[in-house]
Ligand binder design. Sequence first.
Ligand code: NAD
Length: 264
Amino acid sequence: MTGRLDNRVAVVFGAGSVGEGWGNGKAAAVLYAREGAKVACVDLNPAAAEATRAIIEAEGGTAIAFEANVTQFDTIRAVVDGTLDAWGQIDVLHNNVGTNSQGGPIDTSEAEWDRVMDINLKSMFLTCKAVLPVMEEQRRGSIVNISSLASIRYLGFNYISYYASKAAVNHFTRAVALQYADKGIRANTVLPGLMDTPHIYEAMKAHYSDFTEMREKRAAASPMKRMGDGWDIAHAALFLASDEAKYITGIDLPVDGGLHCKTN
Ligand SMILES: NC(=O)c1ccc[n+]([C@@H]2O[C@H](COP(=O)([O-])OP(=O)(O)OC[C@H]3O[C@@H](n4cnc5c(N)ncnc54)[C@H](O)[C@@H]3O)[C@@H](O)[C@H]2O)c1
């Protein structure tokens, strides 16, 4: 099926990828464009935003690249203004940016806790603050926030700031969903499980010196005995962003091969 986002404008924060290949945000930005959306590709790394924009344009889609930091409201504001100048509307807000930091309550510094909270949680507050007035005026919009299975499960790693920030993302999203439910605006989260994306080779290097071992362990932990990938997250996001999900708001959608059902 194509054209599921025809005449729509999507803003994807974190539309690049930290490494070669397909991260969750890059795949979502490209998939939105394949389905007809004009896409604002936003990233802290301008080369990463530009790379995604170039892929979309090479496929015949429409995209603009923006450099912005999701922890700084003025740069988010500039993205919203630039997108409205170009296309006059914002229908999909996709918040993909997230980081993690190893450590429990004792060994995580206050500064590190604040950094993770700012990137994972405050970012979503700031992008919603900038985009919701646009959506409210349009009486139309879908917000897709990328959380994590770690928001509802202890995954065996001590990254307390990640668990806490992602759990807060879920309830932040529910509160937005309910406040705006009668205004044509929906808000949902996607909870990636154990995905094979460039992100994990950065985020998990503290736990694994051997990436083959990491891949094997992550695959073995999955009920499907394999990891998912960025496209699995992108397809879930596309569904939530599109009108096919027009009666769905406030949900947390695990995309994890069933891992959330496991008890051990
Ligand atoms: N890969 C997994 O296994 C997994 C599992 C659970 C959750 N997630 C979530 O998925 C999301 C990331 O997925 P990805 O594969 O696209 O990761 P990624 O690390 O490749 O991130 C995408 C982009 O975000 C950009 N970015 C980082 N900080 C930024 C900032 N302050 N402002 C703007 N852009 C910034 C990076 O430059 C990068 O290009 C995160 O929210 C993460 O918590 C991933």
